[in-house]
Design a protein around this ligand. Sequence first.
Ligand code: Q46
Ligand code: ZN
Length: 335
Amino acid sequence: MRCTKCRSQEACLEVRRHNAAYCEGCFLDFFRDQVVRAIEHEKMFRRDDRVLVAVSGGKDSLALWDVLLDLGYEAAGLYIGLGIPGYSEPSREKCEAFARAHDARLIVVDLAEEYGLGIAETAQRTARAPCSACGLSKRYLFNKVALDHGYRVVATGHNLDDEAATLLGNLLHWQTGYLARQAPVLPEDDGLVKKVKPLYRLAERETAAYAVLRGIDYIVDECPMSRGAKSLLYKDLLNQLEAVSPGTKQSFLFGFLEKARPLFHEREAVELHPCERCGQPTTTPLCAFCRLREEVARPRRPRGRRHRRPASAPPGPPAPRPAERPVIPLIPVET
Ligand code: Q46
Ligand code: ZN
């Protein structure tokens, strides 16, 4: 099949929702055009803004960092070490290698070392699901690090598939608060920097293709904590729909953003004030991150006391063991 744009080269990737197939060069142009369109149409940032890109070492965030640098933006990376054995170390190495190769600035924050909040340990010490602790820690640090280092905008690598799957999960459970905040741009607010998703117009297979064609060395493995996540099921279901009806994901997401989100948006105004401990914006006296730190620091009850059977109770069957697989929230955590 010939490239539908230049008509001279063989096509290497079909983009069925656009009824197009591109050769390598035209695909890279298409990818950049979609990013530029997102940035300009949604007024994400200006030419002279410094952008902090949240990077995980995966294809999406490194593709985003790459395309922003390639377009000439001043983009630094922010890597947050989550303390997940076997995953955090290699993903950090990918980010460091990318930063070295592109002579770009990378800020590294280690949750375990700097805050005593490694995700695996935090999940063990609290009743929280790992992704819940992870999501709130990342949201907190994206904002804090951006403010500390003078960045007005944080960009994340969420793509069309991520956004459509999140939307499906939020709709299935009528999470009106999350629906109000699901957007390619969350504007700056009192103490909150702007959050943007410049890849929201591009599908996951397109960010993967971009990363491969640009020679980006990314971590292929997914975070081990994502196993069993409902968001993977939602992605799978949306892919089935997309296969028989190309463009479904895009019309689902774009239709929501254009027609439905404003209805939720108007109803969900919240008042922010500084956290009593750290000064970051929150709606409660202590922010969720400070409360999490408190929870982790709290001495644990001695094992066995909580479930001790009253002396008079007859012996029964042993209590069921808790599930070994971490419980994953129904929607991917917003970063
Ligand atoms: S990194 Fe964190 Fe994800 Fe891993 S622990 Fe869960 S939320 S799955 S985007
Ligand atoms: Zn706080």
